[in-house]
Design a protein around this ligand. Structure first.
Ligand code: SF4
Length: 402
């Protein structure tokens, strides 16, 4: 399929919407009351610090809702207002936050059911409204919805679209897109659907394996088995790695994406004449500012003397788990939770580990004076962060002594 031509045609269709419906002000008030927090604003105004009794909270200087997420949620709310009677669907979670997704369910927005790992669009009928989430949807899904004559509300973040444009550019010059991402993540699935030849690497280690194959060759069967779920159909490592370009899932660790880019640049310089680098390697900056700012703020925060860290965000949120990764690397006691309900008591907390397992830890809240670092992923409303902070104050039962 000519994905670029399809996308262009879709964007000119009267069934396609990506600029909202003129209800911005009304929706902004509603979003403010549902998701904003006066306590968080107060902490921001006090240099991101608040002390009550024995507890000092240190907030990361960039955290929570990014503009791409705010925009997507606002468009979903606007869609409900604009189409009060139509059936509305969303192809996936609008963002990775349980409370926001629950709120959409309450507004009668249906989530496309998934059966045995496959989305079932059979319930979607002609004329239904379908929202595409902030991290986008695959070109095949867009085509299916277009064929069904659905009204499509596309909330894909412009940063994600920028990555799609990048893989289109790779395709145009017959270059394989090396995508730094998780092959199962919705954004990476969408990005790879716009790519020609592609290979998805999860981390620097996998990238090094590929770079070594480029320079020294290796076991072809082992390579294909290793990336069986993470490459385009018919991928041939002996032919399809002569020209490579870098793309990324926007929520991966920025430093790692940069390292992977440098690794392939150096690899191609070694393998080919450095003067011909441009014919073998392409790189465009597609790291999202919001992800970068949250990671930089976390790196600063973990340099401070903290007794523990709380990282708040959906358990399937990639950018949140990367924030947690930074704390774990520093060997700081850090708990990734998705809502205040995970704090079971002053003694126990239910949290998500980096491997995705959910476990309960005891004695998580030290006695006496403590400094607690707090951050949250790009899909987390301030209100959720406020609830967690209030809970910590309550469990320490401290009188206010600001
Ligand atoms: S994290 Fe970045 S790419 Fe993702 S929605 Fe936010 S602004 Fe967009």
């Amino acid at each position: 399929m000519d994905t670029k031509a399809f996308k262009r045609a879709l964007q000119h269709s009267e069934n396609y919407h990506r600029r909202g419906f003129g209800h911005q002000e009304e929706v902004a008030t509603q979003l403010h009351s549902e998701y904003q927090s006066s306590l968080i604003q107060e902490i921001r105004d006090k240099n991101y610090t608040l002390t009550r009794g024995d507890v000092t909270i240190r907030l990361a200087e960039a955290f929570g809702f990014c503009w791409g997420v705010e925009r997507a949620v606002a468009m979903a709310y606007e869609t409900r207002k604009h189409f009060p009677l139509e059936k509305i669907w969303i192809t996936n979670e609008i963002i990775h936050n349980p409370s926001v997704n629950q709120r959409l369910r309450e507004m009668q927005v249906g989530f496309i059911p998934v059966e045995a790992g496959q989305k079932d669009f059979s319930m979607v009928e002609s004329g239904d409204v379908v929202i595409l989430p902030a991290f986008g949807a695959s070109v095949q899904e867009m085509q299916l919805l277009n064929d069904k004559s659905c009204k499509i509300v596309d909330t894909t973040c412009p940063w994600v679209s920028k990555v799609w444009n990048t893989v289109e550019k790779h395709k145009k010059v017959d270059c394989t897109s090396i995508i730094h991402g998780k092959y199962k993540h919705e954004e990476t699935i969408a990005t790879s659907s716009f790519a020609g030849k592609y290979l998805i690497v999860l981390n620097l280690q996998e990238a090094e394996y590929v770079a070594d194959y480029i320079l020294n060759g290796g076991n072809r069967e082992e390579f294909l088995a290793k990336f069986s779920k993470a490459c385009s159909s018919g991928f041939d490592p002996d032919k399809d790695l002569e020209k490579v370009g870098i793309a990324n899932q926007t929520t991966m660790l920025k430093g790692e994406t940069e390292q992977i880019g440098k690794l392939f640049e150096h690899t191609m310089m070694k393998k080919y004449n450095p003067a011909e680098l441009n014919q073998h390697f392409q790189s465009f900056n597609t790291i999202c500012d919001a992800t970068q700012e949250r990671q930089d703020a976390m790196l600063e925060l973990v340099e401070e003397k903290l007794d523990l860290m709380i990282v708040i965000g959906g358990f399937n949120s990639s950018n949140t788990s990367h924030l947690q990764e930074i704390a774990v690397e520093r060997e700081l006691p850090s708990y990734h939770i998705d809502s205040v309900e995970r704090i079971l008591s002053a003694d126990s907390i239910e949290h998500c580990q980096l491997n995705g397992n959910i476990e309960i830890s005891n004695q998580w809240l030290p006695e006496g004076k403590i400094v607690v670092g707090i951050t949250s992923g790009a899909s987390t409303p301030d209100k959720v962060v406020e609830d967690v902070i209030e809970k910590i104050f309550e469990l320490k039962q401290s009188p206010v002594t600001v």
